[in-house]
Design a protein around this ligand. Structure first.
Ligand SMILES: Cc1cc2nc3c(=O)[nH]c(=O)nc-3n(C[C@H](O)[C@H](O)[C@H](O)COP(=O)(O)OP(=O)(O)OC[C@H]3O[C@@H](n4cnc5c(N)ncnc54)[C@H](O)[C@@H]3O)c2cc1C
Length: 390
């Protein structure tokens, strides 16, 4: 039997959720075949994104041994988030009053990728294959088999679809897609500010679109500015200096003068949700299941929560592809998924609307004093109860 035939778990994708899923399956003593694993092992990523990881995600990474592989001086813990609006109004979010709680940690995408790769390299026998475009799926005699464009076939007891939003598997699995947002683009990069960030994550609802200014451990700021496609094109055409000037203006000088550190990157955003999270012997995880707007820094965190729900199935179940277990996973994840995507979209639209009469600013000032309500938002964002020390 070739490795292509003998796997328990077939992971597809080369992002952080695929790498983490492969690790969990290995820890559960499964035979794991990973399409995309070769890309993960060889890539020297120049992704400038900074991920805001919630405590529940950090706890999972700790348990998997990944956190210990990320150098502490690359991680910026943050205890406060400040949200501002161009027309006035602001909100301050703090962790729940339990001692030792944080809102999360800012981790460069590159550091997370390297941490995952180091942990995987030490985790045992993993069969890695290059990525393949999958064109057919068949389920037969307790196994699922996938056929690639080039004719190769792969068989396993369960497939973990971690292809992100652009893969073919979710369509092959017949999962309908709900699209929420006309295309926008996120411009991402690193700047230095003349004022210190003080470890605070800031989100500015600028007129052009939400702008996140995120504290990095090296004292610089990661930024994510989500704007319309035409504006993104003209901002990118300005070059790093011109863009940094526009970022300073959009953030109303909140952190003083901003100067660029390296060129920006950009990511097209499509906000969508799959209406089925499982099909026979196949599970959708991470961005393959849904993609949310980055303004709330929740996308990867939702993917890690998928993995938390899937972990028992990968570790303990005699048959990891048993339909009853997959349906249990779907029932557990579906409500949060629906709430997260629709809720975040509604919130983003409400918060991005112009406010010519200053109604929102007044409402926000009231909300800023409603600690109970703000506490609820924070609990939703930081994930299931954790005992995470800073
Ligand atoms: C600008 C920006 C900022 C963000 N900031 C945050 C944040 O602060 N916090 C947070 O929680 N989330 C954040 N997110 C969201 C986060 O990036 C995603 O949720 C996360 O990357 C999803 O991981 P994934 O592995 O599911 O998918 P992806 O990262 O999309 O990875 C999937 C990969 O699989 C590859 N692939 C597709 N098909 C195949 C195949 N057949 N074989 C092999 N490989 C394949 C794809 O090319 C892709 O590289 C942000 C997103 C953006 C765009």
């Amino acid at each position: 039997m070739s490795p292509e035939d003998g796997a328990d778990v077939l992971v597809v994708g080369d992002g952080p959720i695929a790498a983490s899923a492969a690790l969990i399956a290995l820890r559960g003593r499964r035979r794991v075949l990973w399409l995309g694993g070769e890309e993960q092992a060889s890539s020297s990523s120049d992704d400038p994104r900074l991920f805001a990881l919630a405590p529940s995600s950090i706890e999972l990474l700790r348990r998997l041994g990944v956190w210990a592989e990320i150098p502490p001086d690359e991680v910026q813990l943050y205890e406060e988030m400040h949200v501002f609006w161009a027309e006035g109004g602001r909100l301050h979010f703090l962790p729940p009053t339990r001692r030792g709680m944080i809102l999360g940690a800012m981790v460069p995408a590159v550091s997370l990728r390297r941490g995952l790769e180091r942990t995987l390299a030490a985790a045992g026998a993993l069969i890695r294959r290059p990525r393949a475009v999958l064109v057919a799926r068949e389920v037969h005699a307790g196994r699922i088999s996938l056929r690639a464009e080039d004719g190769c076939a792969f068989r396993a007891r369960v497939v973990l679809d971690c292809e992100g939003r652009g893969g073919t598997l979710a369509d092959l699995a017949g999962s309908p897609r709900r699209l929420y947002e006309p295309r926008v683009r996120a411009i991402v990069g690193v700047v230095r500010s003349s004022l210190p960030h003080d470890g605070i994550a800031r989100q500015v609802f600028a007129r052009e679109g939400p702008l996140g200014l995120l504290p990095r451990a090296d004292g610089a700021l990661g930024y994510v500015w989500s704007v319309s496609e035409p504006l993104a094109r003209s901002l990118l055409a300005m070059g790093p200096e011109g863009l940094a000037q526009r970022l300073s203006e959009a953030s109303a000088g909140l952190l003083g003068r901003l100067t660029p550190e390296g060129p920006p990157a950009s990511f097209p955003l499509v906000i969508q949700r799959r209406l089925r999270l499982v099909a026979p012997r196949l599970v959708l995880l991470g961005d393959a299941a849904r993609t949310v707007h980055p303004f709330a820094g929740q996308g990867l965190n939702l993917g890690f929560r998928d993995l938390l729900a899937l972990e028992p199935l990968l570790k303990n179940a005699p048959d990891p592809g048993a339909w009853v277990l997959l349906r249990r996973y779907e029932r557990r994840r579906y409500p949060e998924d629906a709430l997260a995507v629709a809720g975040l979209e509604t919130l983003r639209r409400l918060l991005s609307r112009p406010d010519p009469w200053g109604m929102r600013a007044r409402a926000l000032d009231l909300l800023d004093r409603a600690e109970c309500l703000k506490g609820l938002f924070v609990r939703l964002a930081i994930g299931p109860e954790t005992s995470l020390p800073p």
